[in-house]
Unconditional design. Structure first.
Length: 265
């Protein structure tokens, strides 16, 4: 049995943000042959639901690793196999600090993205994830739910300076990764997509050498390294291609299906 981990944006979905029929069929075929497929994403669990449905996870036992490894869910049963939450006071402190920075702050919980001030990035994120966006101006004072991840956003040419302050102040206490040119994600210490795949492999007694991971961005680095075979998409950033064991076609050329057809199916 192989454990097949697939990132979402730039990997599982094409540039139109849809799973092509060829990629969909290849992943379903892999599950039919007994392999375990997991969507490994920075998105909240609810934000990956439509993708899991498209891949018929309810029928074939697929998993969702959401929040960059913060939660692992068996989609068919809804059972949460693992859940890693951020220290509440630490989350509050970060949200409070970010209010004075030129960043949009997003805290996803269940089917809602909460933000002290909703801007275009928050609106876009909620729309993409098919979740609601709710503005809570005093979120740092009223936060009353568990936090798996905090997402910060700003224009690509403006994001590095304010997020470097988050890195400086909270870098030793959290995991932080730039997941897109305009997104910066902060998770509990020790979390990563790679560690999540290793956690899943342990749950299902799968050897590390039998993990295959597909990705394209810096937040995929850990799983490309952790996998027995790390596969970079043809559209991946150069660093991911350099550390990958194999570079497949782009997400617009069914890169996942190409690899699976060639080596697994």
């Amino acid at each position: 049995m192989k454990l097949i981990g697939v990132d979402v944006d730039g990997t599982l979905v094409n540039s139109k943000r849809v799973i092509t029929e060829k990629t969909r069929k290849a992943l379903i075929s892999a599950m039919k042959k007994g392999h375990k497929v997991v969507i490994v994403t920075g998105r909240p669990t609810a934000g990956a639901r439509n993708l899991a449905e498209a891949l018929e996870f309810d029928k074939y036992g697929g998993l969702i690793s959401s929040f960059n490894g913060g939660a692992i869910t068996d989609f068919a049963t809804g059972k949460v196999l693992a859940n890693h939450e951020m220290d509440h006071d630490l989350a509050v402190e970060m949200i409070k600090l970010a209010k004075d920075l030129p960043l949009e702050t997003m805290v996803p919980f269940r089917d809602t993205v909460y933000s002290p001030k909703i801007g275009p990035y928050t609106e876009g994120e909620a729309r993409t994830l098919m979740m609601k966006a709710e503005e809570v101006e005093d979120l740092d004072q009223t936060l009353d739910f568990p936090v798996n991840k905090i997402l910060f956003a700003a224009d690509p040419d403006l994001i590095d300076e304010p997020t470097s302050m988050l890195k400086e102040k909270f870098g030793d206490l959290t995991e932080q990764v730039k997941s897109a040119r305009f997104y910066y994600e902060v998770m509990p210490r020790g979390l990563s997509k790679g560690n999540s795949l290793l956690e899943i492999a342990e749950i299902f007694n799968i050897d590390q050498k039998d993990i295959i991971a597909f990705g394209d961005e810096m937040n995929d680095e850990s799983m490309i390294k952790a996998a027995g075979i790390g596969v970079a998409m043809g559209n991946a950033i150069e660093k991911i291609k350099e550390i990958a064991d194999y570079v497949t076609l782009t997400n617009d050329e069914d890169g996942i299906a190409y690899y699976l057809d060639k080596f697994i199916l």
